[in-house]
Design a protein around this ligand. Structure first.
Ligand SMILES: [Zn+2]
Length: 81
């Protein structure tokens, strides 16, 4: 998926970013093995991820359609909405 990030003006391929935090994941693993395992599984599943900006992890990004991306590749500019 191609995206435009409103926070850092990144334009390009979106990344799958895991929800939640690694710190909590590690804490859960250290204290309680089972919840830690479930938490890791959730973060690796489809539900625990979102498509967002690979640079600043912004989730509210604008998706670029195939047509708009072609325009961007040709002219270096994105068509405004
Ligand atoms: Zn960004």
């Amino acid at each position: 998926m191609k995206i435009v990030c409103p926070s850092c003006n990144y334009v390009g391929e979106s990344a799958a970013i895991a929800k939640g935090s690694r710190k909590l994941e590690i804490t859960l693993w250290c204290c309680f093995i089972l919840p830690g395992m479930l938490y890791t599984m959730w973060r690796q599943s489809r539900d625990g991820q979102y498509q967002g900006c690979p640079q600043c992890r912004e989730g509210k990004v604008r998706l670029i359609s195939r047509k708009d991306w072609k325009t961007y590749e040709r002219s270096g500019k994105l068509p405004t909405i």
